[in-house]
Design a protein around this ligand. Structure first.
Ligand code: F6R
Length: 237
């Protein structure tokens, strides 16, 4: 495991963008797994700037998002598809159709999960996966549970996740109760993983993730078993 310390949230965004920029420069047709949430916003801002200045290009890249809420259409302002358009897809030269995300508004969710895994498989799997860390240790929406799901699946969000994500909605009642998420299989099969963690409130869960027992109670702890994990954080532990 490599541990990179950022002085604050701003420099975390810059460092994350430079890390991704190095990857895309080395491999222009990179298959990149991407998160949403508060933590990666700075990374997307800096990546956008680097792309707009012509220093990097996503013209040959493929991206796959980790997750999407069930029941929200892609143009719902709180959907993760909307987030990606706002923060990344519409700002860089990634060809339309090269950025994939599970659809949460389809009637056959099981078929959508299969479609997503097949799409990831068809390009040879995720090469570089960027992750955020949920306050309860989730990665994607792989929530604490008694088992870990390998494939893309529908998950019931925990009360803690609903509470944490209420800040993006008019109230907790408006937060969807389910999501589609990439499974830990696609995440762990990535060749390289960058875990982004920002803010003192995540100190305990980051410590459990990196140094606690590997357990389904803290899904992110499985990252201890990955052979090429970089942790980029502004928390000193
Ligand atoms: C979102 C995702 C989640 C977030 C996590 C942290 O696509 O995969 O696992 O990364 O909930 O969210 P923030 O960054 O908002 O604290």
């Amino acid at each position: 495991m490599e541990y990179l310390y950022a002085q604050d949230n701003l420099s975390l965004g810059q460092m994350a963008a430079r890390w991704v920029a190095r990857e895309i420069l080395a491999c222009p047709n990179l298959v990149l797994g991407l998160p949403t949430g508060s933590t990666p916003i700075g990374m997307y801002q800096h990546l956008t700037r680097l792309a707009q200045e012509g220093l990097i290009s996503f013209a040959q890249a493929r991206t796959f998002n980790l997750d999407e809420y069930v029941g929200l259409t892609a143009d719902h302002p709180q959907s993760y598809a909307f987030f990606m358009r706002e923060h990344f897809w519409s700002k860089v030269d990634l060809p339309k159709g090269n950025g994939d995300i599970p659809r949460g508004d389809v009637s056959d969710l099981a078929a959508e999960c299969r479609r997503y895994d097949d799409a990831i498989q068809s390009v040879g799997g995720i090469e570089v996966q960027i992750l955020g860390l949920g306050p309860n240790g989730h990665i994607g929406f792989n929530e604490p549970s008694h088992n870990m799901e390998i494939h893309t699946h529908v998950v019931d969000l925990t009360a803690e996740t609903i509470q944490a994500n209420t800040r993006f909605f008019p109230g907790s009642e408006a937060v969807p109760r389910q999501a589609i998420t990439m499974g830990v299989g696609s995440i762990m099969r990535a060749q390289r993983i960058l875990l982004l963690v920002s803010g003192e409130s995540k100190r305990d869960i980051l410590t459990k993730t990196l140094y606690g027992p590997v357990s389904t109670a803290v899904p992110a702890s499985i990252l201890q078993l990955h052979t090429d994990l970089t942790v980029l954080t502004d928390i000193k532990i």
